[in-house]
Design a protein around this ligand. Structure first.
Ligand SMILES: O=C(O)Cn1ncc2ncnc(NCCc3cnc(NC(=O)Nc4cccc(Cl)c4)s3)c21
Length: 274
């Protein structure tokens, strides 16, 4: 083979194993690279479905973005390839699957401060790395965050969301809850949309549901624009301070990801951040 030219991987390099989960656009299998015996999570998508869903460009953008991102809290996309009918993504394995199902299964459907703060810190760290690489995730939510066997989170799915069929959020507008005001109002937006989403995520970790959840689209938009933030009494003052500093209507008033990682609520609840 020509040296210097990256090896072009194909499906014959891998043995597919059991199914790890199913999403809107395909299934995920445990897979092993034959020569090295390296294990991956192989996401297999049908081109016909992607074209139907008009998301093929997003998958290609995701591949372009994610294959260049290397960070301990971002799920690695090792390689990808396609045959006449399917596209394959060879992904890092996060054996605990989607964080969403762990949130639903936690006592009272919410995380304690230590766990919520640890995951908030790790997501802020991953987002900070993305922003340093001019990547805006824009679709942050518990379904797009994977959990490892070591209880660390991995940001995933830099394209469009897929949902594991079992614990899919009931209403397909789950993403809607996370939309910042500037996106609801169709205004221009910048990197700080991720800070807004991190605020929604942190709230959902501590409360078990997003702050502006409502019965329908219109009501959710109204609550986002009105920004009436109500905290249950178990949420501590420090946590409320951090979330309120992220859920600012004015993008420029949102605290930075570095300030999130240094916030007293994080310092107090995360053993050794960094
Ligand atoms: O819990 C599970 O779902 C199963 N499971 N269990 C363990 C495990 N370890 C790693 N990954 C898993 N699942 C794949 C997670 C994804 C990461 N990146 C993605 N990207 C994507 O779907 N892109 C995409 C698809 C269709 C259209 C468009 Cl626009 C974009 S999916 C795992």
């Amino acid at each position: 083979k020509a040296y210097g030219k990256p090896y072009d991987w194909g499906k014959n390099d891998f043995e597919l194993g059991s199914s790890l989960g199913r999403g809107k656009f395909g299934r995920v299998y445990l897979a092993r690279e034959k020569r090295s015996k390296f294990m991956v999570a192989m996401k297999v998508m049908f081109k016909s479905e992607l074209v139907g869903g008009r998301v093929e460009k997003q998958v290609l953008r995701e591949i372009e973005i994610q294959s260049h991102l290397k960070h301990p809290n971002i799920l690695r996309l090792y390689t990808w390839f396609h045959d006449e009918r399917r596209i394959y993504l060879a992904l890092e394995i996060a054996s605990e699957g989607e964080l969403y199902k762990h949130l639903k299964r936690a006592p009272n459907g919410r995380f304690e401060d230590q766990r919520a703060a640890k995951y908030t810190y790790q997501v802020a760290n991953a987002l900070h790395y993305c922003h340093l690489n001019n990547v805006i995730h824009r679709d942050l939510k518990p379904e797009n965050i994977m959990l490892t066997v070591g209880d660390d989170v991995k940001l995933a799915d830099f394209g469009w969301a897929i949902h594991a069929v079992s614990n899919k959020r009931k209403t397909m507008c789950g993403t809607l809850d996370y939309l910042p005001p500037e996106m609801v109002e169709g205004h221009s937006y910048d990197m700080s949309v991720d800070q807004w989403c991190l605020g929604i995520l942190c709230y959902e970790f501590l409360v078990g549901s997003p702050p502006f959840e409502a019965a329908d689209t219109e009501k959710t938009y109204e609550k986002i624009k009105k920004l009436n933030l109500i905290f249950p009494k178990h949420v501590t003052a420090k946590a409320k301070h951090l979330i309120s500093k992220l859920l600012q209507k004015e993008h420029k008033s949102r605290i930075t990801l570095v300030e999130v990682m240094q916030h007293p609520w994080i310092k107090e609840n995360v053993a050794h951040p960094g």
